[in-house]
Write a protein that binds this ligand. Structure first.
Ligand SMILES: *Cc1c(COP(=O)(O)O)cnc(C)c1O
Ligand SMILES: [Zn+2]
Length: 392
């Protein structure tokens, strides 16, 4: 294993990566750091080619020391489809959609859960807890069960019903909250505080390894394009873990010398019903202020005050990217239009990214020749009511 330490992107403090760790003492999330010179000496892009078709093909860039702690259900290496008909309809010659709906538990949250649960288990955790908008809790309860750990999951009453049932089916302890993800977070903080160290807080960006699982989407995009980057990557941003992870992955691949120096512009997509990152980006601010009365059909991105705001905004600034808020009605219309044109049932969060692509093309921010990769972060079949309401 090539993991060396955890570093704080805010205050620069370094932390031991062999102990179960949450935030830096300054309050910032921590990032896992690797000995990339040693990785470069140990593995080449060509040597990855014959490896397993899952995210563990990048094991040298992942934090699990001992394979016996690897908790897996076959996550990762999802297809990157071209979407030529929808692309032509919105004026993009090279539109690609990475379909994370095929990941176990039906969302890309399983990437974070696989790596996060594996590492927590390796470092001695026996019980994980977290607030969630649904998919993360479903994935973590599932992978906790697979790894023999207990789980306590708190989610809003409004979260998709299937995600509740997934937690129950995996033997997790489910707490339903009449509120939003921040209210669920307060409950989990109490559970963790009163557990005398028995319950590990695995909330979004509160431990460093969920991010490591999600960053593999960035590695895959580059590998699937033949070790080069697209012009633009569009991501539905709630807690922002996937966006921060893709940005981190691109930085690591550049440092390894595997992709050259070109940087794709990263786009954070939110809903007009909850757009704290868009507001901060447009105002040129470093931190978000909590979004009041957050509400959108794209439930996975209903995060009024993301803990990783600075890291998200840095990723946008660093890559010349942007942030854009889209309307629920347009999300649902594009979900239908995309399904009819391409035969893939998107999740509403993924559909939001296609609305963003359409709007950014009409504003001229995207050129017709830009190669654009959109993340469809989950399976449309997890949202039967939403998809129904997209009907005529
Ligand atoms: C959680 C979630 C998101 C947002 O992911 P972040 O990485 O936390 O921003 C997007 N889409 C779906 C389907 C999700 O479950
Ligand atoms: Zn710090």
């Amino acid at each position: 294993m090539f993991l060396t330490h955890l570093s704080c992107p805010r205050c620069g403090a370094e932390h031991d990566s062999e102990a179960l760790t949450n935030l830096c003492s300054c309050g910032s999330p921590l990032l896992a750091r690797y000995d990339l010179d040693a990785v470069r000496a140990a593995v080449t892009p060509a040597s990855l080619a014959g490896r397993s078709a899952d995210l563990w093909r990048y094991r040298e860039l992942l934090p699990v020391r001992d394979n016996t702690h690897r908790v897996t259900l076959g996550e990762g290496w999802t297809p990157l489809w071209s979407a030529d008909r929808f692309g032509a309809a919105i004026g993009l010659d090279r539109l690609l959609v990475k379909d994370e709906g095929l990941v176990p538990t039906g969302s890309f949250k399983a990437r974070g859960a696989a790596v996060g649960v594996s590492r927590a288990r390796e470092l001695g955790a026996r019980h994980v807890a977290m607030p969630t908008n649904g998919n993360a809790g479903a994935a973590w309860a599932t992978y906790a069960a697979r790894g023999g750990l207990r789980s306590t999951i708190a989610m809003p009453l409004g979260a998709p019903m299937i995600t509740r049932n997934e937690v129950i089916a995996a033997g997790g302890e489910l707490i339903l909250v009449d509120g939003l993800i921040g209210d669920a977070g307060k409950l989990i903080a109490e559970v963790v505080a009163s557990s005398a160290g028995d319950v590990f807080d695995a909330g979004t960006l509160r431990e460093p390894y969920r991010l490591e699982g999600k960053k593999t989407m960035g590695y895959e995009i580059c590998e699937q394009l033949g070790w080069r980057v697209p012009d633009v990557i569009i991501y539905p941003t709630g807690g922002g873990v996937g966006l921060i992870g893709i940005h981190k992955a691109l930085g690591e691949l550049r440092e390894l010398g595997w992709i050259g120096d070109k940087v794709p512009r990263l786009v954070a997509v939110q809903s007009t019903g909850c757009a704290p990152i868009v507001r901060a980006f447009e105002a040129g601010e470093r931190r978000v202020s909590p979004w009041p009365d957050a509400r959108t059909v794209a439930f996975g991105i209903t995060v009024p005050a993301p803990l990783g705001d600075e890291l998200i905004l840095d990723a946008l600034a660093d890559t010349g990217g942007t942030a854009i808020a889209v309307d629920d009605a347009e999300i649902l219309a594009d979900l239908r239009a995309f399904g009819a044109a391409e035969g893939l049932l998107l999740c509403p969060e993924g559909a939001a990214c296609l609305t963003a692509a359409r709007l950014l093309r009409s504003s001229g921010w995207l050129a017709s020749t830009d190669e654009v990769v959109v993340l469809n972060t989950g399976a449309g079949i997890k949202y039967p009511e939403t998809v129904g309401s997209a009907g005529a």
